[in-house]
Write a protein that binds this ligand. Structure first.
Ligand code: NAG
Ligand code: NAG
Ligand code: NAG
Ligand code: NAG
Ligand code: NAG
Ligand code: NAG
Ligand code: NAG
Ligand code: NAG
Length: 646
């Protein structure tokens, strides 16, 4: 049972700060799961996050691949594979743009969003470690913390834009944002990365130092790092600094703010950077690491951070990318390999100084992404593939970005407005987090190899093997081909060297089409269609048992799908929620204003600002919500059940 206990007793007094206790009362409005699940689906409101565009899947290869040998070495290093460092099941987490933090997590510390907590608890129950969440993004650099609550009770407020459309918006948040994060941790065990403000004036005002000290006090050991600077390689291009701002200027600025921040903190090794994103000439990760930044700052760092979106939809020079044309770029192993290869040197450099490296912000494309691409089933395969590739490459976490309703790539999006029902919209990439959590499991010893280039893998049917304690525990098999006829399903002949297993167990990530948005199941369960989610998985868990003979297990991998093959019964039980852990949070009626995000925040990489139209500014309209542990799961039986596939 998860208990709502956050002990503020541990909170040390903060000089020059007046602490306040949020006075918000908690309103319990429970509704039955049936109501939550069968809400009337409203017409599409026009926000990107709910865009129903469905693309046409690429034609299946001819002739189809129908048989693949998957040879699993007993000693992968001896067989020439590069074996990753040990990984944890919470590897794939979330990066929440600061400006939408309350729209996603809850209005304030006393009014958390039950659906958000459910999305988190699903992962915690599989990884048996709390999800990793970063709060920050483009809006962090000019953000400011205020000590008193806002009159409307919202922990984040005042998104203002300057006179120019391109002006950096300013987000203010109250201390309550940090308390809210602490409360989320008390319920679902999350660990946090938090973005400090970083600009010329924050050195003079000591704003970053004040935030750092407060975050350290409020979040304690759950604070993994404070990120200093967000995509500094784009500061000049985004007119956030002078046009001549460069790596040298950044190095000086980083040292100055760093010194100011660590003076205020108890721990001096909680910073993270450089969070560069975009391979800007002279300011790439290789340039930063080659400049001495890493060795100089290693004593102050807990993580090295990178951010990356492989494409952008910023409409550079009025050119708009046709999503149908770019779709196939997401439907193979080639993209994830290339995206990861460019960071192998950085990963090795970080490891050499004993610092973990993470992909602090990632998603399918910046500037909101492409309709029909980022919310497709194909994106779920691609996100899983890129994540496992980063795990193989010795990253320690990858965080999917959550923007507002004007982006296509959200793993989850709150309701559009009070008028359009009370349901959340689950993005296809959320399912990737479930697959990764079960693939890496809960042992904390999972080491990853990429079989690509051996066995009969190809860019359309890549495979990873996860070892635990040196023994092959799971195989992750992809089929990127979309072919509802079944002709492109393949049979993986899994051969585990030295194994005498008489069976393996299999769970599938399934949809009938690579282009589908909603009708997606993980192990037979679904989070439901647009506007109908409450963060809970509906349906019966479907785990298939496949017999093996003479050390070979034939597992069918439908087109399209991911098959997660548990090579031992322990590997299966280590990834399966234990019954008493399955507490979820009841959905209550939550009225929402728009959770739009400012244009700047969408341009996370390589933005031409002119290309973004229309955000309506932020409106708040959240009515009370309260998380309470839910009753027996049996009560969910009446919920939406999408037929289990296969
Ligand atoms: C710098 O950040 C502070 C908040 O910490 C903000 O008030 C100020 O406007 C920012 N300045 C610039 C130039 O972005
Ligand atoms: C949330 O945090 C506040 C303190 O900031 C605390 O008083 C309150 O009890 C917490 N609520 C829950 C539900 O944990
Ligand atoms: C990951 O780190 C391990 C341990 O240092 C190393 O053997 C392996 O080659 C690294 N993997 C890659 C892809 O660099
Ligand atoms: C906020 O939502 C409530 C309940 O859905 C509605 O009655 C109220 O009029 C809304 N307020 C504003 C300011 O939109
Ligand atoms: C794995 O690590 C998490 C902390 O990140 C810890 O809570 C958990 O107990 C560890 N699991 C095992 C099996 O050691
Ligand atoms: C498939 O892989 C096996 C080894 O696992 C190898 O013997 C065979 O030649 C491969 N077939 C093709 C077509 O590459
Ligand atoms: C969902 O997918 C299943 C299996 O492919 C199919 O039978 C069912 O008709 C689909 N449902 C919808 C609503 O598309
Ligand atoms: C953004 O992308 C365009 C086209 O891909 C490129 O010409 C430009 O140099 C990039 N700008 C930055 C700042 O990365």
């Amino acid at each position: 049972m998860i208990r709502a206990l956050w002990l503020l007793a541990a909170l040390a007094p903060i000089n020059a700060l007046t602490l306040y206790t949020p006075t918000s009362t908690v309103t319990v409005i429970t509704i039955t799961p049936t109501q939550a699940a069968t809400g009337v689906q409203p017409a599409w409101t026009g926000h990107a996050a709910y865009d129903p565009t469905v693309l046409i899947p690429p034609a299946p290869p001819s002739p189809p691949v129908t048989k693949v040998d998957v040879a699993i070495p007993a000693n992968p290093v001896g067989a020439g594979f590069r074996l990753s460092i040990p990984q944890q099941g919470n590897f794939l987490g979330f990066s929440i743009e600061l400006s939408v933090a309350t729209a996603v997590m809850g209005k304030n510390a006393g009014k958390l969003e039950p659906a958000f907590l459910n999305y988190m608890v699903n992962l915690k129950n599989r990884a048996r470690a709390g999800p990793i969440i970063r709060v920050g993004g483009n809006t962090q650099d000019s953000s400011s913390m205020v000590l008193q609550p806002f009159a409307d009770g919202d922990a984040v407020d005042k998104i203002k834009q300057g006179p120019k459309v391109t002006s950096t918006p300013i987000v203010s948040y109250s201390l309550d944002l940090l308390y809210m994060m602490a409360n989320v941790t008390s319920l679902v065990g999350t660990d946090w990365f938090f973005g400090l403000p970083f600009n010329e004036s924050t050195i003079k005002t000591h704003d970053a130092a004040l935030v750092a000290k407060t975050a350290e006090n409020v979040l304690g050991s759950k604070l993994r790092a404070l990120s200093l600077g967000n995509e500094p390689d784009l500061y000049a291009g985004h007119q956030e600094r002078n046009a001549d701002y460069n790596l040298q200027a950044y190095l000086g600025e980083f040292s100055e703010v760093r010194n100011d921040v660590i003076k205020a903190m108890t721990r001096s090794d909680l910073l993270a950077g450089p969070s560069v994103c975009c391979s800007v000439e002279g300011f790439d990760i290789a340039d930063v690491l080659g400049s001495g930044w890493l060795t100089t700052n290693a004593p102050y760092l807990s993580y090295v951070t990178i951010q990356r979106y492989p494409f952008n939809n910023c409409g550079v020079n009025g050119k708009v990318v046709d999503p149908q044309v770019i779709f196939s770029d997401y439907l193979s192993h080639t993209g994830p390999m290339g995206l990861t290869a460019m960071y192998l040197d950085a990963s090795n450099a970080a490891q050499a100084v004993g610092k973990p490296i993470i992909m602090q912000e990632m998603n399918t494309a910046s500037c909101g992404d492409f309709p029909g691409v980022s919310d497709s089933f194909g994106a779920a395969l691609w996100m899983t593939d890129w994540t496992l590739q980063l795990a193989w490459a010795n990253f320690s976490a990858a965080l999917m970005h959550v923007g507002g309703q004007n982006v296509y790539y959200n793993p989850f999006t709150p309701p559009a407005s009070a008028k359009t029902g009370n349901g959340w919209t689950t993005g296809s990439v959320y399912y990737s987090a479930l697959v990764v959590a079960e693939a890496l499991g809960s042992s904390n010893t999972s080491q990853v190899i990429d079989l690509f280039g051996s066995s009969n893998t190809s860019s359309l049917n890549p495979a990873y093997i996860i070892y635990e304690g040196g023994v092959a525990a799971r195989a992750v098999l992809f089929n990127y081909v979309s072919d509802p006829s079944g002709a492109s399903d393949y049979t993986a002949a899994i051969n585990i060297a030295g194994s005498t297993a008489d069976h393996v167990n299999v769970r599938y990530l399934r949809s009938h089409s690579i282009a589908e948005h909603n009708n997606i199941t993980w192990a037979g369960q679904t989070l439901g269609p647009d506007f109908q989610g409450d963060g809970r998985l509906y349906g019966t868990v479907d785990t298939r048992t496949v017999p093996c003979s003479n050390g070979v297990c034939n597992v069918v991998v439908p087109a399209p799908s991911i098959a997660l093959v548990f090579l031992t019964d322990t590997a299966l039980s280590d990834s399966t929620p234990v019954p008493e852990a399955v507490a979820t949070f009841r959905t209550t009626v939550v009225g929402h204003g728009s959770a739009t995000v400012d244009p700047q925040a969408l341009e996370t990489s390589n933005g031409s600002k002119g290309g973004i139209i229309g955000t309506s500014g932020k409106k708040h309209n959240h009515s009370g919500a309260q998380r309470t542990p839910a009753g027996p799961l049996a009560a969910l039986a009446a919920a939406v059940l999408l037929a289990s596939m296969l």
